[in-house]
Design a protein around this ligand. Sequence first.
Ligand code: ASP
Length: 436
Amino acid sequence: MKMHTRIILAMILGLVVGWGLQTFAEADYLTKTVMKGGLEVQEQVLDPESTRAQWLVPFVMAADIFMRLLKMLIVPLVLTSIVTGVAGISGGKEFGRLGMKTLAYYLTTSMLAIVTGLVIINLTQPGVGAALNLAIPADFNPGEGSSFLDILQRMVPPNVFGALSDNGQMLQIIVFALLMGFFIGRLGQPHKDRMQGFFDSAFQLMMAVATAVLKLIPYGVFALVAKVVGETGFEVFKPLLTYMFIVAGALLFHAVVVLPLLLKFVAGISPIAWFRAMTPALMTAFSTSSSSITLPATMEAAEHRGGISNRHTSFVLPLGATINMDGTALYECVGVIFLSQYYASTGDFDLTIGKQVFIVMTALFASIGAAGIPSAGLIMMTAILSALGLPTEGALMLLAIDRPLDMLRTMVNVWSDSCGAALIAKSEGDAILATK
Ligand code: ASP
């Protein structure tokens, strides 16, 4: 059976098992305070004593092992791939050209995603009069929001090993890897060849391990989907169902209309064929909710199923997994405007055009600054809310329903990275979809 068929079957099977457990195994939920991105959050978690939780143990374990295997690869893969990718081109003009193309694609598609979200949320206005039960306290004092400059400042790692030991510090690792790669390309001999050879071999080694781990995708996807569906209390979704549909619709529009149009008309690549080639990565993104964890799958699919040369995947994709998040960008805009519409309808807030423009710009920076880990986008949303002078409570409420939306936006994030890689590689002469 083909890999993508196996993955889709695994997902369906996971859904069925998850639904079965939802329906037939009893469960209680406990409210627990957990720390997320430095914030205290109330979360509904399955009571570990309940029957369903006990049935779920094997799925939770299998899913965790799969996630750990992928997480294990992130840092060495990002480091070695960017260093090799950059060292190979740092001498010539190609570096600047590839860098400019990559940045231009990433910024353009993120902006297109934000504008899609902006139009849809303004047309549908789900926040107006929503039953959210939130109010701005009279003595409310918004904290400092994190600005573009903060993100820029935090990109520089004060300690390389500190950054390398934290999967959430991908931007710092990228900055270090870019510098290493750039200067390896400019070293004198014999050091240049030695260093380049070393990183090249280390990268090949990591890809070999990744290829072996990725054979497990169908099992991992099955366990993850069964776990997520089995653990979730669907009651919490009800009051926000309209909002969730609108977000899903906007994400879908960007993924199946905007990006395919770019693929088709700018690069002349068949979107359907490209989608098929990327299925393993997209399904991994959907079930793990993390672009960083998905990176090995994205690189493998782009190279071996999509036909992009190693030279291009190793530069474009690790950068994309961290800074190009179309789904997240769209969600920042839609989520913040949804809450603003609500506060505006209760008379506590004035949602002016100026503020909408401000939201668009900060949504872009938030998507660049968000780490490729689950719910990172939602945590970034609290920074935009503070910058607007709104309380962060609203975002915390959205956290309760974040998992399915996170799954979708992560899939859109990875889809956009892969489309960018295809488009850029095609323009550099790679024979896309002529799989090796
Ligand atoms: N989970 C997303 C990702 O890894 C980030 C987000 O929360 O929007 O791409």
